[in-house]
Design a protein around this ligand. Sequence first.
Ligand SMILES: Cc1cc2nc3c(=O)[nH]c(=O)nc-3n(C[C@H](O)[C@H](O)[C@H](O)COP(=O)(O)OP(=O)(O)OC[C@H]3O[C@@H](n4cnc5c(N)ncnc54)[C@H](O)[C@@H]3O)c2cc1C
Length: 389
Amino acid sequence: MSLIDRLDASRAWSEDERLVLEQVRRVANDIIAPNAARFDASGEFPWENVRALNALGLNGIFVPEEYGGSPMRYRVYLECVRMISQACAATGIIYATNFHGMKPLIDFGSEEQKQRLLPVIADGGLGSLAITEPTAGSDATGMRTSFRENDEHIILNGGKTFITSGDVADLLLVFGKWEGIAEPKAAISALILEKGTPGFEVVRLEDKLGHRASSTAQIAFTDCRVPRANLLRNPGDGLRILFASLNKSRPSIAAHALGIARAAFADMIGYTNERTQSGRRVIDFQGNQFLIADLASELVLVESWLDHVAGLVESGAADFGIEASVAKMRASDLAMRMALECVQMHGGYGYVKDFRAERLMRDAKITQIWEGTNQVHRQLIGRSFAARN
Ligand SMILES: Cc1cc2nc3c(=O)[nH]c(=O)nc-3n(C[C@H](O)[C@H](O)[C@H](O)COP(=O)(O)OP(=O)(O)OC[C@H]3O[C@@H](n4cnc5c(N)ncnc54)[C@H](O)[C@@H]3O)c2cc1C
């Protein structure tokens, strides 16, 4: 058993959890992984993979039972994200985005909202999280999308950019500023936008380096009328909802990055054990063993840290933002480094499309950019040690 197999074996799953993870592993290996190169090449949305996950009812593991789900521990969800992303990073982020967009509805929605909206997701609907705007990226508080109250409706104007599944989602969690609240941060509010709402438009889809099968949409709202009943909590509660949501989506982004890192590590080990040069296997050169030792150690340490963060979430801890930042930053830096070294260890074959190493490298890069760039996470972690005067 390898170091990584032993880490996997050390995780204690209940019988029900093990069954779900087995099914996800089967779908990942038999359907999602074999489709990955084709969807990457065509850039087509991977509906076949989404349907295979929905056949397992996989959104249900994060939706409460009262609203059609069959919930499991947060770490089971993270393990699913990791396994799916290891098979196909684009499909992994589509699945994870359902959680990122809809967890705030679960945590902050009213009983009426959850009864009405969550069954759509439990049944396999797609969710989306719309924060970023052309002039508001790392500083999301600079957003300009406006929410104006009008009788029983909220009128949306503005637009969002780089929205994962923005064109295909059934429900979008949209952040904007409430007209009439003067202080910009205090004006941030959140609502659920349902597919087909008049005034909602997909402006364009991005042509990307990696994650080519996941859609990334620029969307616009022109006098888009949303029932007031879709507002989460009260006008001005958006920033609190945003921060609480990011704390739970960042570990999920870490799990996604670790899926890419694991795929790259597995390919590197497979190839260097087979390829021979100068009469020796590539893995037998000591310099390469040192590199593999560094990467394997980092992988098990980051995964163990993510297990720790999962424990904090499951225990109901209120304050784990810095821990989540550490997981996101280290997992994504590792995914990028692992994918680069995987290409390197494949020599020239790493640079051509016969092997998936080059795809893993393209897929890895965005993990250092989204859900807070790694510069921003370094700033958050570093600042947390600064004494307050
Ligand atoms: C494929 C893809 C999918 C995405 N999916 C979504 C989604 O589903 N929903 C969504 O809302 N957004 C999504 N995003 C947006 C993503 O989260 C942003 O791109 C990211 O937050 C960075 O914002 P920006 O692109 O405007 O870069 P900027 O914020 O303009 O950053 C430019 C550079 O400046 C640096 N910088 C900025 N501020 C600081 C600082 N304080 N200290 C140090 N350096 C700093 C950054 O690190 C970066 O290197 C997605 C983006 C992509 C490319």
